[in-house]
Design a protein around this ligand. Structure first.
Ligand SMILES: NC(=O)C1=CN([C@@H]2O[C@H](COP(=O)(O)OP(=O)(O)OC[C@H]3O[C@@H](n4cnc5c(N)ncnc54)[C@H](OP(=O)(O)O)[C@@H]3O)[C@@H](O)[C@H]2O)C=CC1
Ligand SMILES: O=C1O[C@H](COP(=O)(O)O)[C@@H](O)[C@H](O)[C@H]1O
Length: 332
């Protein structure tokens, strides 16, 4: 394995990480929807949508999702949640390509970072243009404190202001006793949404947000789970006997993670310092995140606080520049 050095943004403290990650997420949203992060251009495009050109130069129309799920009374249909009322919109036939921001999030400490960073900045977020997926899920009931979806629902989704809601693609809770079925079902959701018409080899998320546990696992890809780390075809994998936390899980595969337009690791706290050192200094060990650093080279960035970087002296740290909202006074 060659040594690929990803972009590492460092911050003195937790709050700095949360602010910068929020700016990074909103910048990715704006790049995806408007091909720019310049607020003035975005305002102009919003007032004159014809100005918006896709990267291929084709005009793109902002519109309601043609693939929107049908909904039950509580807004939950099977494995998809969306609080918006779309009945009327669904009747419209949209021929032009729709642009949506497709993001996959992890669980654990990342949810707290997003809670802290995104929720106070909802004025910059176009929730109704977001499709939110999970990089992995623990196979537990949604009301368990171990459920990634459950935690994200309580700490983020339930706190979204206004009636413009994202589409949220989570596992089918009824399948938590069958890892393979749960993984197959989630993969089918991805195929439905990413490969509707064309046969695409891999889904491409606009942004994939990953944490990294002290044992080196990312999403639910664990070090030494060689077969899973070598998977080339499946988009979503069942995980049994996970060495930490809930034993049964599903996870996106390495090829899917590496295919994302942007892969962003968010890591904070001194318990992570030893693993960060191994990831950055010993890529030949083949930890899951080292595989991603290599496989998505040029599209990977790390947002890390000084506590987690404690043991690392020999790397180039970069100062994060705020692109989509003013840098808060506390962030340095
Ligand atoms: N498919 C898509 O729709 C898109 C995909 N992408 C992908 O995502 C990757 C990341 O994109 P993007 O984040 O826009 O970066 P870019 O690829 O545009 O630029 C990367 C470089 O820009 C600088 N930079 C960018 N943002 C910041 C920041 N907030 N703070 C400090 N420096 C910064 C850094 O170098 P410097 O010191 O020179 O400033 C960095 O090395 C790209 O490499 C590309 O592959 C990007 C846009 C659209
Ligand atoms: O088990 C998991 O752990 C990782 C890392 O969590 P963290 O709390 O140490 O950041 C997380 O990214 C993943 O989604 C989760 O299922």
């Amino acid at each position: 394995m060659t040594t690929t050095v990803p972009l590492i943004y460092s911050f003195p403290e937790f709050l700095g990480v949360a602010d910068a990650v929020a700016d990074h997420v909103i910048s990715a949203q704006n790049q995806t929807l408007y091909n720019t992060t310049d607020p003035k251009q975005i305002e102009l495009i919003k007032s004159r949508p014809a100005l918006l050109k896709s990267s291929s130069g084709i005009s793109v129309t902002q519109q309601s999702p043609s693939h929107s799920p049908s909904q039950s009374q509580n807004g939950i249909s099977n494995n998809v949640t969306n609080g918006g009322s779309k009945a009327k919109k669904d009747k419209k036939i949209h021929k032009k390509q729709e642009v949506r921001f497709k993001i996959a999030i992890s669980g654990g400490s990342l949810i707290k970072i997003l809670h802290q960073g995104l929720l106070p900045r909802q004025e910059y977020i176009e929730w109704d243009k977001w499709d939110i997926y999970f990089a992995d899920e623990r196979l537990v009931p949604f009301d368990s404190p171990d459920s990634n979806y459950g935690q994200a629902k309580r700490e983020i989704f339930d706190l979204i202001e206004g009636d413009k809601k994202p589409n949220i693609y989570h596992i089918d809770e009824e399948l938590i006793d069958d890892n393979q079925e749960a993984a197959d079902d989630y993969e089918k959701q991805l195929i439905r949404n990413f490969a509707k018409k064309d046969s695409v080899k891999l889904p491409m998320f606009d942004l994939l947000l990953l944490g990294c546990a002290p044992d080196g696992h990312i999403a639910s890809l664990f070090p030494n789970f060689g077969e899973q780390l070598r998977e080339k075809l499946a988009w979503c994998l069942p995980v049994e006997n996970a060495p930490s936390g809930p034993k049964n899980r599903i996870t996106l595969s390495i090829p899917v993670i590496c295919h994302a337009a942007r892969v962003t690791f968010v890591v904070e706290g001194k318990t992570k310092a030893p693993i960060i050192r191994t990831i950055m200094e010993r890529p030949e060990k083949g930890l899951p995140s080292s595989i991603v650093n290599e496989g998505a080279a040029g599209r990977v960035s790390w947002f890390v606080d000084d506590a987690a970087l404690n043991d690392l002296y020999d790397i180039t740290k970069k100062k994060y520049k705020f692109l989509s909202f003013p840098e808060p006074a506390t962030a340095t």
